[in-house]
Ligand binder design. Structure first.
Ligand code: SF4
Length: 303
């Protein structure tokens, strides 16, 4: 059997950095409990490994229970400044593993909020990254004595109603400063559409996209991989959005496609294929990818 890995697969830089930070915090821990604020990544295999090493998950409502000497790791998508402040107030150590690209977005939103811009933000409601970025914008606006207008939109319809709401409140004039920003994992296609629609309504609106290359590089690599193989195995957590998007693409382009979390789940039919492609979501550890490849080789030799 020939196995071909997608050119880009597995951990993105931000997730790798967060996992390394968790491993370092666990190995250097001097007695307190090490927590992550919410699950570190959307991958049950990696989470189980970290939990065996006594990494516990802390919810925002449990911050009050922290003790001095505990360590809290902030995940790749960041938190609002007041959450970090609340952790520090309990005397816990903070390991900030916010992805540098998200930190940049927090800073961009804060800078525009401080200048009094109306911010249209293309993103998903309740997503941790969006909540964090809005928190930074709120803090900066308040410190600069400005009102914050942070309008979260996910499609053209939401953009339209946000624009009418602003007009009804007489907040939109030719002199209004307007900016469109985005979540790092937002769809490029929808962002472009929002940009066009916003420019129609407010021609002088500024646009800054923060969409991370990691969100489309794995997809692009998978498209080329599908042309070379008889079947594709997508490895990753079933609750991981980017892993599911990879599976949808694999399923539409390849005769055989499957999504698995661990090597034991490889369907038997893959063991007799000539060429198998492998890809993995941005939160799939290297070790799982390696184990899947080893099982494929081992079983194909015996089938
Ligand atoms: Fe950072 Fe991009 Fe990974 Fe998000 S997807 S953690 S922005 S590298």
């Amino acid at each position: 059997m020939k196995i071909i890995r997608a050119k880009i697969l597995g951990f993105c830089a931000g997730v790798r950095r967060a996992v390394n930070a968790a491993e370092k915090a666990l190995s250097e821990n001097a007695g307190g409990q090490v927590y992550t604020l919410g699950p570190l990544i959307h991958n049950p295999v990696a989470l189980e490994e970290l939990s065996k090493r006594n990494l516990k998950i802390l919810s925002e409502t449990d911050i009050a229970r922290l003790r001095e000497g505990d360590t809290v790791l902030i995940r790749a998508h960041g938190v609002p400044p007041e959450t970090e402040h609340a952790i520090r107030e309990k005397g816990a150590n903070v390991v900030n593993a916010t992805c540098p690209l998200v930190t940049k977005s927090q800073k961009t939103a804060a800078d525009y909020a401080a200048k009094g811009y109306i911010i249209f933000f293309a993103g998903d409601k309740n997503h941790g990254e969006v909540v964090g970025i809005e928190g930074y914008a709120k803090k900066a606006a308040s410190e600069a004595g400005k009102n914050l207008h942070f309008l979260l939109i996910k499609d053209a319809e939401e953009l339209k109603s946000a624009l009418s709401e602003l007009s009804e409140k007489n907040l939109l004039s030719p002199s209004s400063k307007v900016i469109l920003l985005s979540q790092t994992t937002f769809s490029i296609k929808i962002f472009e559409l929002l940009k066009t629609e916003l420019k129609k309504a407010v021609p002088h609106a500024e646009v800054v996209s923060s969409i991370c290359p990691a969100t489309y590089e794995r997809q692009d690599s998978l498209v080329s991989l599908c042309a070379e193989v008889d079947g594709v195995i997508v490895i990753g957590g079933r609750t991981s959005a980017n892993t599911n998007r990879l599976f949808v693409t694999a399923n539409s382009l390849c005769k055989k496609a499957v999504l698995i979390e661990k090597p034991e789940e490889i369907p038997a039919v893959f063991f007799s294929l000539q060429t198998v492609g492998i890809t993995a979501g941005a939160s799939t550890p290297d070790s799982t990818i390696q184990e899947v490849e080893e099982r494929l080789l081992h079983e194909s030799e015996h089938s």
